[in-house]
Design a protein around this ligand. Structure first.
Ligand code: ADP
Ligand code: GLC
Length: 467
């Protein structure tokens, strides 16, 4: 089969979160049996990282309302069955950020991703299946089904995060150059606004999301972000498939980012990783339990509530905490305040750093994911492989992948309600587990031996494509 994936970030070319990892892992696994092409924008820095990009075809113009914008595809070929096409338009994509700067989204994100979607729609008719991801490419099925170039490609749309819908003023619909009568409730119109996500839900042939639990949750008002009604209408076409992990990237042996190797049979290298990390964060090494977070700093992730819990626990409990993240500037301030209040116990680094994220995963004893909602979550899966016990709010993909240590096969610590008091209890249970080294080792080994590799998940997509 010839499969086109279209996505706004793709590891290792660009990444702000799990979306980039997910599509990279899925595409790599699919390329074992299919011809896979991935279309993604050519952001700043990619050219320097991949100097062997090759221009393909001529420059082309695409209309956005009354304006006309020029694009060109550049090709990279990481493996024989996997082609990456990068869309060039410097005014749109050659910027310091992918979606935002200083915590604020670019005002012209609708223009940037309508342009990208139109370029993808030109490619799509050559493929058997076109697989779109999140709001940035969600209008492609509408462009193809309502536009001039009607083709036979079948369209799968994956929701990675329903909270980001690309909602904007109705007048932006003109960017699509589709007839105004299509701006309709049965389509992209949502309470008077243009909603990219809703267009995807309406027009895609099949909808998937990134865990079975999240697929259930988004049908409810609590998690549906205003679109539960639309999702209920298409429930027969909605499936939840848990993301996989690329274990060639996320590994504890032969990993260039780590200070020492280890595996489930011998965890001693993990202690070396911890010693190195405490140095990086300038924290004293006192053999205390180390809790960690690597995260986008967004409301979804429950960071505010976590700071509340830590502020309560840190004065009277012996543990350390490190965080790497960026995003919401108000959260950055609160985290710096926490560090200032507990300088020997708390380390905070604001920024994006892939190498440091590996070091943290390896060094930590516990990985905190106190998310209010979490469509899948990848860090808990990476943590399991790194022998780092996840502490999670039982929601979305966290609920599907983490079993509490009260069960014989437990791989982590779970709490049910999104409340600071429950998180406090969960952290206290972690500190107790740390003191029981026999049980701790047992829990770590259970997690390290689990297999969330991509071929298993990719098989489920194969079945959908084949339908
Ligand atoms: P989300 O996609 O909602 O951000 P996931 O858990 O699916 O959540 O994936 C997050 C991915 O992004 C992980 O690979 C994580 O390590 C990475 N990540 C998030 N923030 C940072 C950061 N500041 N530096 C490096 N990696 C980060
Ligand atoms: C989104 C979700 C996250 C998921 C990722 C990859 O960013 O927030 O839970 O793991 O997409 O699918």
């Amino acid at each position: 089969m010839r499969i086109l994936q279209a996505v706004s970030e793709f590891f290792p070319y660009s990444k702000t979160g799990g979306l980039a990892d997910m599509v990279a892992g899925l595409s790599g696994a699919l390329a074992q049996n299919h011809e896979v092409t991935v279309a993604t924008p050519l952001y700043r820095g990619i050219r320097e990282q991949f100097p062997d990009l090759e221009a393909i075809g001529e420059e082309f113009d695409l209309p956005l309302g009354n304006g006309k914008f020029t694009g060109r595809w550049w090709r990279h070929q990481p493996s024989p069955n996997l082609t990456v096409l990068l869309l060039e338009n410097d005014a749109f994509y050659n910027r310091p950020g992918i979606y935002m700067e200083h915590g604020k989204g670019y005002w012209d994100n609708p223009e940037r991703f309508v342009f990208f979607s139109k370029a993808v729609a030109r490619l799509a008719p050559d493929f058997d299946v076109t697989h779109l991801h999140d709001w940035q490419t969600a209008i492609v099925p509408m462009l193809l089904k309502e536009g001039a170039g009607k083709g036979t490609t079948r369209m799968v749309f994956t929701i990675h995060n329903l909270a980001y819908q690309g909602a904007c003023d109705a007048d932006r619909f003109a960017l699509t150059n589709l007839p105004a009568k299509l701006f309709h409730e049965r389509g992209p119109e949502h309470f008077g606004s243009l909603n990219f996500m809703k267009a995807g839900l309406h027009y895609a042939d099949v909808i998937t999301t990134v865990s079975p639990q999240y697929a259930q949750e988004i049908l409810t008002e609590e998690f549906g972000e205003g679109l539960s009604g639309e999702l209920q209408k298409r429930q027969d076409r909605l499936t939840g498939i848990l993301n996989g992990v690329d274990y060639a990237e996320w590994r504890t042996q032969g990993n260039p980012h780590l200070a020492a190797e280890y595996d489930s049979g011998n965890l001693s290298g993990k202690a070396t990783c911890k010693t190195q990390l405490l140095k990086i964060f300038g924290l004293p090494n006192q053999d205390l339990p180390l809790l960690a977070v690597v995260s986008r700093l967004a409301e979804q992730k429950g960071i505010g509530q976590m700071v509340e819990a830590l502020t309560e626990l840190l004065p009277d409990n012996q543990f350390q905490f490190v965080l790497l993240g960026s995003g919401d500037e108000a959260l950055e301030v609160v985290l710096h305040q926490l560090q200032a209040a507990f300088p020997a116990k708390v380390g905070v680094k604001i920024g994006y750093n892939q190498s440091l994220s590996h070091k943290i995963e390896a060094a930590a004893d516990f990985f905190l994911m106190p998310s209010r909602f979490e469509p899948c979550g990848l860090n808990q899966l990476y943590s399991l492989r790194y022998g780092t016990t996840p502490i999670v709010h039982a929601v979305g993909g966290l609920k599907d992948s983490i079993t509490d240590i009260q069960n014989p096969e437990g791989n982590g610590i779970r709490y049910e309600k999104f409340e600071a008091s429950e998180l406090i209890t969960a952290i206290q249970r972690a500190l107790k587990l740390y003191r029981d080294s026999h049980k701790l080792n047992q829990v770590r080994k259970i997690g390290m031996k689990q297999d969330f590799s991509w071929p298993i998940a990719a098989e489920k997509f194969n079945a959908i494509y084949a339908q």
